[in-house]
Design a protein around this ligand. Sequence first.
Ligand code: G6P
Length: 611
Amino acid sequence: MCGIVGYVGHKEAEPILIEGLHRLEYRGYDSAGVVTVTGQKLHIRKRAGRVGELVRLLGERPAPGCLGISHTRWATHGPANDVNAHPHLSQDGTVAVVHNGVIENYAVLKRQLQAEGIRFQSDTDTEVIAQLIALQLAELKGDLIEAVQRTLALLKGTYGLAVVSAAQPDLLIGARLGSPLVLGIGDEEHFLASDPSALIGKTQQVVYVQDHRLCVLTADDWHLLDYDRTRVQACVQQFDWDPGEADKSTFEHYMLKEIYEQPETLENAMRGRLCEADASAHFGGLNLDTQQLRRAERIILTACGTSYHAALVGEYLIEEYARIPVEVEYASEFRYRNPPIDRNTIVICITQSGETADTLAALRESKRKGHPTLAICNVVGSSIAREADGGVYLHAGPEIGVASTKAFTSQVTTLAMLALYLGRMRHLSAQQGLNMIRELRSLPDLARRALHCHDAVKRIAEKYYDVSNCLYLGRQYLYPLALEGALKLKEISYIHAEGYPAAEMKHGPIALVDPHTPSIFLMSRGPVFDKVMSNLEEVKARGGPVIAVTCEGDEEAATRADEVIYLPEAPEYLQPIIAVIPLQLLAYHVAVLRGCDVDKPRNLAKSVTVE
Ligand code: G6P
């Protein structure tokens, strides 16, 4: 959470910082700020609210200079107001800091500093860092690198930091422990960012900074130091996101654009990975040998949010096709539990961003215990992608809308390919493998056809957008989807929604049914169709409006449900990938009709990098 952009070069920093902030705004949007440096002077501008508010302020009071740092905030300590906005200045005005992460011992440090007479402006943990660096700087007579190093030794917690000082006005310093940081290398200009997407169109050469590293940047030079001030080797990587991929194009919102990208992103997830000759899938980066995979007696899938729902579908897929027992754990629980896990357990982290703090911690804990780890991840070079033993990239391109859409369908597709791959190592016949490949290859086209339901979904949204509660019900492969549909609606339209296994409804949720609470039934086209239809009848009998999501040709649903959304027929195990599309569109239109900010829903952030 929180976005950081820093620049040092020969161009005006302000427009570069603002462009980067706009790209990172999805990481947090409680406030935004910049500080630039000219001579011995810091020019600080910050505002509560969106980057747009900051731009208005800069229109009145520009921030001059070719070196600066900036921040878009997701509040942790202290409310979202001007004072708590980053950057934070030291009391003497010589040091400015932007920070992503949480300083756990800030209260103790703050009390000590206050006892020494330091006055604080904000409620944030970050201000402590600025004050400490300034004190060290005064003692060291202006050595900013040393002052930052000494300060870091006092901090407990996590940080991605950028620091500038009037004492060394040509120097930009970054530091990382637990929160992402990327260094961008340009021609006589260098960048720092919490997320490579801030650097789109600015540079294609990046260094993903590791924990316990300091970045030292000037216009003409850059290097990394460890905390003993020894230079460390950096791995420069190519970063080739196309600027067009991160724009809204003709769509009104990123979320809608990303929903519509799904036929293509599904294609990208499968490209080069399905192999008819072996009747299996191939993955380049698993880094686990065949014996290790064959020996696997258990798989743990761990994730947060929408990725957790993809993991739940993965459980059904891997158990059915590879016959390996799977457990799915919220990463936030898994990291603190101490479940008995044997040597032949593989832990797979599923994450769009590759930076979710709990998922990263679960990965590290699994590695500490010696388990082979894999990541199914979208963002190339992210912390989880780098730290896992191996993994699979989704190749879905940047996902900017806070509510995840295309990453979900690519995650489930990847899990289906993994189930095929593991299944073929065990008992799946070549014919079964070939059937799965054929069905997987039909996914992009099925997704394209599923998007035809858009108008019907929009009409349904217009009818129900002002309800206060909503139920999502499905069975088997569509049960995790009921959870995902409810999450989408909650996240962006702020309507209370619950997802349940359809039959479980009788054990509680049915009490919520009334004429103002629609129930969305996800009709499995498998053996449980009739059972789900009976559940639908039970809701109807109690006066609850019913929306059925079913496949083309199902005439029964039309006679019983109030509204029907038709989808192309898909094999049962791939239905979650197709049936999620109307649920994404429904949440989208309901949110638009309620006047909500679809791409930046309140209180949420795209990438949750704090615990
Ligand atoms: C946040 C986002 C969700 C996302 C979840 C997990 O809550 O708002 O859209 O599903 O984090 O993120 P990850 O990047 O690990 O998939």
